[in-house]
Design a protein around this ligand. Structure first.
Ligand code: LRH
Length: 478
């Protein structure tokens, strides 16, 4: 039996989990959890990357002896390093406003249809490509010699070695999902210097050894290898979908809901672009064909506005509120920025001629119904666009704790929902490390181990999907 430390950083918290793995064993325990609080300074919204690194070190100390360490985090964001390898300022948060209007500039050079055909990435204002175009007029950028995505930056601090892990690189909009390497043509046309990125590495590749100073600070005894994992949290989470041989869709729930299919090849049609589906790269040659939905961010932001009431209380209130009375488009970019969420949801209901939810229970209900509706839409459209029907929807991540959301998703999709692990990203992270260090098996075998060892909860759809069709029509008619 071997032990692996999985560092998993989400948009609102980070954790270091320890996975113990053997041919028939997979146990996950939490070594350390710490908040990830974005900080607003006069120049904009920033990540407290030093605080996060300190949390990682605390977590490694708490984890104790492990056979390897792997890091995954949210996508697209990065740090810039100067010629000495020193970080140039705090990484910019993907919800920062600096990319407003930048897409139009990019599209004037590479039209959206060409960009999609070359990179397969959905339009999102925060794709690294747009962030780079926004950044390059700033004096700081002139000093940048290296760009490291967040997990790669932390890996560099831990080991002194630089690389660009592929699954996360695929969220930059600078990767060609067919060749699984850089989209050289796009970069050249937009004047983006790809030598800013260190060479690509694959999940499972070695990423160096913990530096002597890190060993000293964490009390660990070397050598401790760091192993590249699916460093995009969604890549790790999808690797940990406990699916068997059946045809499945997945929804990774947390701050975002990422809903879609695992495919062998990207779908780069004009129809898929119009539907804003993305083709991100996964483990073992897979493609994650999915749509980003605002997810529990909508509720987290309301909780913040309401003074952080207990989520269980809100869910009880929501369960008693009228169903499907008002819904909003949970895929709408209008909800991306932080602040005033209850008011923004009320405004969206008013603008679409629906009753305005009042009070915490009704607003929470509106959010959950809207998420389930967006899940339904994404699962249905993904099947059609990829010509890939499914019989079951797997839900993993933070939303698995939310039984009402899982049940509403089953009802809305008219399909059984199987809820898997809450800490799916950490499990996927651990499994990739385990495989790199001797555990035999392809993705299906890793998933078999998950299905045998992790608790699963099944939700059967209740009633017909008629009310959901009606609610979807209400939104479409806006
Ligand atoms: C989820 C996630 C998602 C990205 C977003 C920026 O944590 O990685 O896959 O689109 O953050």
């Amino acid at each position: 039996m071997k032990s692996y430390a999985a560092v998993d950083l989400g948009a609102s918290s980070g954790r270091v989990m320890v996975g113990r793995v053997g041919p028939d064993t997979l146990e996950l325990t939490e070594a350390h959890r710490f908040p990830n609080r974005p900080v607003r300074v006069p120049e904009g919204l920033r990540w407290d990357i030093l605080g996060l690194y300190a949390g990682v070190l605390d977590g490694l100390r708490a984890a104790g002896r492990v056979d390897s360490v792997g890091i995954d985090s949210w996508a697209v964001d990065h740090g810039l390093l100067d010629a000495d390898g020193a970080l140039l300022g705090n990484p910019v948060h993907y919800r920062d406003a600096r990319t407003e209007g930048v897409a139009e500039q990019v599209w004037a050079t590479v039209p959206p249809a060409e960009l999609y055909a070359a990179t397969g990435l959905q339009y999102a204002p925060f794709n690294t490509l747009y962030q780079l175009v926004a950044a390059r007029s700033r004096p700081q950028f002139a000093r940048a010699r290296r760009l490291l995505l967040v997990p790669d930056l932390l890996t560099y601090w831990l080991t002194g070695e630089q690389g660009t892990e592929l699954t996360n690189a695929s969220t930059t909009q600078l990767i060609d999902p067919r060749t699984r390497t850089w989209a050289y043509g796009v970069a050249e046309r937009l004047g983006i210097d790809l030598t800013l990125f260190p060479p690509l590495r694959q999940p499972g590749d070695p990423a160096g050894l913990l530096r002597p100073e890190v060993l000293e600070e964490t009390g660990l005894t070397g050598p401790v290898p760091v192993t590249a994992v699916g460093s995009h949290d969604t890549a790790s989470a999808v690797a940990a979908v406990p699916a068997g041989g059946e045809r499945f869709a997945y929804i990774c729930t947390g701050t975002w809901s990422l809903a879609g299919l695992e495919l062998d090849a990207p779908v780069l049609t004009e129809e898929s672009r119009a539907a804003n589906f993305t083709n991100e790269l996964g483990l073992d040659g897979t493609v994650r064909f999915l749509r980003n939905i605002m997810g529990l961010w909508l509720l987290q932001e309301c909780q913040r506005a309401w003074g952080e009431p207990d989520v269980e209380v809100l869910l009880r209130e929501a369960a008693g509120a009228p169903a499907l009375r008002s819904v909003v488009d949970a895929g709408d970019e209008a909800f991306l920025a932080p602040g005033r969420m209850p008011e923004r949801i009320a405004e969206a209901c008013r603008a679409s001629g629906q009753p305005v939810p009042s009070g915490r229970g009704e607003i929470t209900r509106c959010i959950l119904d809207s998420l389930a509706l967006a899940h339904r839409r994404a699962v249905r459209e993904a099947q059609r666009l990829a010509d890939h029907p499914v019989d079951v929807v797997y839900v993993v991540g933070g939303g698995t704790r939310n039984a009402l959301l899982c049940q509403l998703t089953a009802d809305a999709c008219g399909l059984p929902v199987v809820a898997g692990a809450t800490e799916a990203a950490a499990l996927g992270n651990v499994l990739v490390q385990a495989r790199a260090h001797g555990l035999a098996g392809d993705l299906a075998a890793l998933r078999g181990l998950l299905a045998r060892t992790q608790p699963l909860t099944r939700y059967t759809p209740r009633g017909g999907t008629g009310p959901w069709r009606e609610a979807a029509a209400r939104l479409a008619a806006r």
